[in-house]
Design a protein around this ligand. Structure first.
Ligand code: PLP
Length: 240
């Protein structure tokens, strides 16, 4: 992991890259949200990032999210970006701004049911396995129109967009086709907006490929390593 003082410098570089990529694509930099991915990162470092102005934070695991939620100070919106088990949904309803990783109808139904019980609406993204990788979560692109029609029936959720975790590649150009595919899918569904379908966010791009993702239309990029340096999973558990 980088020293805590490198966070400011790393962040400045990333913001500059976002600005340049947005300009190349004829987009406004302020329309792109930088989500700080804080899994395995201790609260002191996370707080530094928040104090530098990053107010959207993403966590993969419910327990880690819940632990940090109470410690980090400031006007922070938490996002769940990792695989979510149905039996953990009850802990996060009303606590997160956006659930990026809805990868089954069953999960969407549970989120909807729990939200209705709490008198809330939960915003979700549909996770897409854009490259059809065996190891990845998410719906196949072909399944999405039918999935949308199922989700339309659920009163406790709003479908705010799509998310993907692209393959890990050395050269981000190799992921451009998947980002293009995601954009097309997003535009196709947006044409059918209505009821609780409100396509607003395309969440794609991580440390290795966020520049390419922005060029292809990402609204939310999720960056961990680029901000904090390499993660150390061996200290997992003692996140405070
Ligand atoms: C860890 C993670 C990220 C951030 O990855 P980096 O390569 O560290 O930027 C983004 N999205 C998801 C779903 C993740 O699990």
């Amino acid at each position: 992991m980088d020293s805590i003082d490198s966070i400011e410098k790393n962040l400045a570089e990333i913001k500059e890259n976002i600005r340049l990529a947005a300009e190349r694509a004829g987009r406004r930099p302020e329309d792109i949200t930088l989500l700080g991915v804080t899994k395995t990162i201790d609260c002191e470092r996370i707080q530094r990032l928040v104090d530098l102005g990053i107010k959207n934070l993403g966590e993969n695991r419910v327990q880690e999210l819940m632990e940090k939620l109470d410690v980090i100070e400031g006007d922070v919106s938490w996002h769940l970006i990792g695989s979510l088990q149905t039996n953990k949904v009850k802990y996060i309803i009303g606590k997160v701004a956006l659930i990026h990783s809805v990868d089954s109808i069953r999960l969407a139904r549970e989120i909807s049911k729990r939200s209705e019980t709490a008198g809330l609406l939960s915003d979700i993204l549909i996770e897409i396995n854009a490259a059809g990788e065996e190891s990845k979560h998410g719906f196949e692109p072909d399944e999405v129109p039918a999935v949308i029609e199922e989700l339309r029936k659920l009163g406790g959720i709003r479908v705010k967009g799509l998310m993907t975790v692209a393959p890990y590649v050395e050269n981000p150009e190799n992921n451009r086709i998947y980002f293009k595919k995601m954009r097309q899918l997003f535009v196709d569904i947006k044409a059918k907006n209505g009821d609780n379908i409100d396509m607003t966010y395309l969440s794609m791009g991580m440390t290795n490929d966020y520049i390419t993702a922005i060029e292809e239309g990402a609204d939310i990029v999720r960056i961990g390593t680029g901000i904090f340096g390499m993660r150390n999973y061996t200290t997992g558990g003692s996140v405070l």
